[in-house]
Design a protein around this ligand. Structure first.
Ligand SMILES: NC(=O)c1ccc[n+]([C@@H]2O[C@H](COP(=O)([O-])OP(=O)(O)OC[C@H]3O[C@@H](n4cnc5c(N)ncnc54)[C@H](O)[C@@H]3O)[C@@H](O)[C@H]2O)c1
Length: 372
């Protein structure tokens, strides 16, 4: 069967990861166009990655008849509109995390794709990260007995682009940005069972001058079978990206450090080109990682999504996954606002962005009362 023709929306950090991932799987798909609003950026990106067509407006890309699937790597606040426009144009959608800003948007995205008969695939690469996949395989085999605690942490020194720090564009801080991975991960690892309750403690410890968002958070998920997910999200850890998991059951446990655990402990007085995402320096002791995209699972994820478009596989991460995460994000921010755990289902309407449930506890209070 022919290769899936892909268009990328956005031309910076995550767009680079997706374009590089696609190059590793030429038998399944290829990127044929990119769209990005800043003049010259999409052309430069296209040139760098050998992509034939570059547009400034993503709606032009959606009119490109060759494109079958798009990858949305634009800021969070744009995910819903781009997805709905893409569905109307008959394109399958891969949407970066978090799925969107609000639960209403999640519903609208799922509906639009359902009506148009296109796939909505949620780009949670932790479902494809080789170390984490191995941990899940062992767990599913029963290696750890009954798993009662799954921990995931993602921590770095803070985002690379200004919009992440502006909660009107991002929807929240480190939980919205990084915690969404941990929520999806614990849910997936424990067999996609229902989340019963969420408790989150959020604070802004270091970056008060730069953001209203939380830069430090601990979030606890209680699942239907009593198992616990514990998620640590931080924008305050210099030294390069840290992503790791721990799994505990009554018959065993496993630990996986995705990046540092796969790195070369290195000392250099003069430095070198690149160590790992978000590392500010390569001088002194550093942890350069090899096959960085592969360790994250980006090529494996995009290969799976391309195969889904061809009907060879069924999405293991879809719009529903993104909506589950979105509801837990709401509950996490509400919990931080109220200072206590919030039970699910928790689907308040009319919330402009998840962080409002933390900053305006009266909204969280009203939502909890309405959910009773
Ligand atoms: N899966 C992951 O691990 C991962 C990692 C990084 C980012 N992301 C997600 O990917 C998305 C993009 O993040 P990023 O780090 O690449 O941000 P970025 O700031 O590096 O890039 C954003 C891109 O979107 C483009 N853009 C802005 N407005 C647009 C519009 N109207 N139409 C089309 N493009 C537009 C910008 O020009 C830029 O090219 C975010 O939702 C983020 O959460 C996911």
């Amino acid at each position: 069967m022919s290769r899936v023709k892909v268009g990328i929306v956005g031309s910076r950090f995550q767009a680079d990861c997706i374009a590089a991932a696609m190059k590793t799987m030429p038998e399944e798909g290829e990127v044929v166009a990119v769209a990005s609003p800043t003049a010259g950026n999409s052309q430069a990106f296209a040139q760098r990655h050998g992509i034939p067509r570059a547009y400034q407006d993503y709606r032009e890309l959606l009119r490109d008849p060759e494109i079958e699937m798009i990858s949305i790597t634009a800021p969070n606040r744009l995910h819903a509109q781009i997805t709905i426009d893409a569905a109307e144009a008959g394109k399958h959608v891969v949407c970066e995390k978090p799925l969107c800003m609000t639960l209403e948007e999640a519903d609208a995205m799922i509906d639009a794709c359902g009506k148009a008969g296109v796939l909505l695939m949620y780009a949670e690469e932790l479902f494809f990260a080789p170390k984490y996949v191995k941990a899940k395989q062992m767990s599913d085999e029963g290696a750890f007995g009954r798993v009662h605690l799954v921990k995931q942490g993602e921590k770095h020194s803070g985002p690379h682009s200004e919009w992440f720090w502006d909660v009107r564009q991002s929807g929240g801080g480190a939980v919205m940005d990084l915690g969404c991975h941990g929520i999806a991960f614990c849910w997936w690892f424990l067999g996609k069972q229902k989340v019963k309750s969420v408790y989150s403690h959020m604070s802004t410890q270091v970056h008060q001058a730069r953001t209203e968002g939380e830069d430090e958070a601990i979030t606890i998920l209680e699942f239907e079978n009593g198992a616990i997910g514990l998620i640590e999200s931080s924008w305050n850890r210099p030294g390069g990206m840290d992503d790791s998991i721990e799994v505990f059951g009554d018959k065993g446990q496993t630990y996986a450090d995705m990046l540092m655990g796969n790195a070369l402990p290195t000392y250099s007085e003069v430095g070198f080109g690149y160590a790992v995402e978000k590392a500010a320096t390569t001088k002194g002791w550093t942890y350069p990682v090899f096959e960085e995209h592969w360790n994250y699972g980006f090529p494996q994820e995009m290969r799976h999504f391309a195969r889904c478009v061809r009907g060879k596989e069924t999405p293991i991460s879809d719009g529903e996954t993104g909506r589950v995460v979105q509801e837990v994000l709401y509950a996490a921010y509400a919990s931080a606002g109220l200072g206590r755990k919030v039970t699910l289902p928790f689907r308040p309407s009319g919330i402009a962005k998840p962080i409002d449930l933390w900053k305006r506890p009266e909204l969280a209070q009203a939502a909890v009362a309405a959910a009773r």
